[in-house]
Design a protein around this ligand. Structure first.
Ligand code: NAD
Length: 328
């Protein structure tokens, strides 16, 4: 089967591309290579895939790609993904995540794609202090990022209900693993710890996220492509909930660095306190379970960054000005 993967040079998309190729799929990647995209993530696969450097807001170019490739399925990862950046520049998020998704849905309908996997996020539900979100929970997104992803999510629903495009919606929780851009909590903490610089933590560090290893996420998405039901929504979470402070402490422990590096900064505006997914539907219907424990996957992730410090510190170099804007 030929699949078109948007955002395949990004963090999760690159793991998905690798997995799909290993299962015999023919893969074509569309990625704009923004600051977050990096072809090195899939460098060893470039001779096995078709790669298009393309912006999903450029509809004409997308039409050309679809007419040339005629993909049977679309797996849509491409997005602006960082909440802090959405607070600084919301419009870019609306363009990429809403207009870009609209273009892909509309073209997929015309080209009679068999399956459109719309990758959104647990953040579409907003925060929850107790219990967890099922796929039926109302969407109450809070940040500009989450609102753009909820809009993407609902556009997929509209194309499915109104025009009959076969759409499946996937809502994963917070991912971590090798190759994640060091603006997200885990790689920021690893980079700062290695540099022995203060590790910024919002508020008092008590916010809770559900941590999903990227390999487990990619595997779940492939299973959804193979066994997921049209029109359905699947939450994908690990059940592993941790406070941000706990996560950073674990990283410092593995790296044998002092907890004195932790540095609390003014809380993010509108910061969601806790996300938590009920993923029993994916477990029952797809027989999916995360394979990696948090401890072993975190250790593996830290080891990867230690062994890829050139890549890490190249990115950190670009982030210095940005960090000043965000953390003061
Ligand atoms: N990382 C997480 O914890 C997480 C959790 C839940 C859902 N998600 C969702 O999963 C998807 C992938 O996330 P990620 O962490 O891999 O993101 P990422 O930021 O690492 O990668 C995004 C990719 O999209 C590409 N891109 C951005 N704008 C584009 C455009 N206009 N046209 C074409 N390509 C463009 C970038 O170049 C990059 O390669 C996103 O849709 C995100 O919202 C991520």
């Amino acid at each position: 089967m030929k699949i078109l993967v948007t955002g395949g040079a990004g963090f999760i998309g690159s793991f998905f591309v690798r997995k799909a190729l290993s299962q015999g799929y023919e893969v074509c990647v569309v990625d704009k290579l923004t600051y977050a995209g990096d072809l090195r993530r899939i460098e060893d696969l470039l001779n096995k895939i078709k790669f298009y450097k393309a912006d999903i807001t450029n509809k004409e170019f997308l039409e050309y790609i679809f007419s040339k490739e005629k993909p049977q399925s679309v797996i849509h990862f491409a997005a602006e993904t960082h909440v802090d950046r959405s607070i600084l520049d919301p419009f870019l998020f609306l363009r990429t995540n809403i207009e870009g998704t609209y273009n892909l849905l509309e073209i997929s309908l015309r080209f009679e794609v068999n399956c459109f996997l719309n990758i959104t996020t647990d953040e579409v539900y907003g925060e929850i202090s107790e219990g967890n979100f099922t796929e039926e929970s109302p969407l109450k997104p809070n940040s500009p990022y989450a609102v753009s992803k909820a809009s993407q999510d609902l556009l997929g629903r509209a194309f499915s209900r109104t025009y009959g495009l076969p759409v499946i919606t996937v809502r994963p929780s917070n991912n971590y693993g090798p190759w994640q851009y060091p603006e997200k909590l885990i790689p920021v903490a690893i980079a700062k710890a290695l540099l022995e610089e203060p590790i910024p933590l919002y508020g008092d560090g008590s916010n809770i996220r559900e941590w999903l290893y990227v390999e487990d996420c990619a595997e779940a998405i492939l299973l959804i492509l193979e066994r997921g039901k049209d029109k359905e929504i699947y939450n994908i979470g690990s059940g592993v909930e941790k406070r941000n402070l706990e996560v950073v402490r674990s990283i410092l422990k593995v790296l044998k660095k002092s907890e004195n590096l932790i540095f609390f900064v003014k809380d993010r505006p509108g910061h969601d306190y806790r996300y938590s997914l009920d993923s029993s539907k994916a477990e029952k219907e797809l027989n999916w379970r995360p394979r990696f424990s948090f401890e072993e996957a975190l250790e593996h992730t830290i080891k990867w960054y230690v062994e890829h410090q050139d890549w890490l510190f190249e990115k950190v170099g670009y982030l210095k000005e940005y960090w000043k804007r965000v953390y003061g």
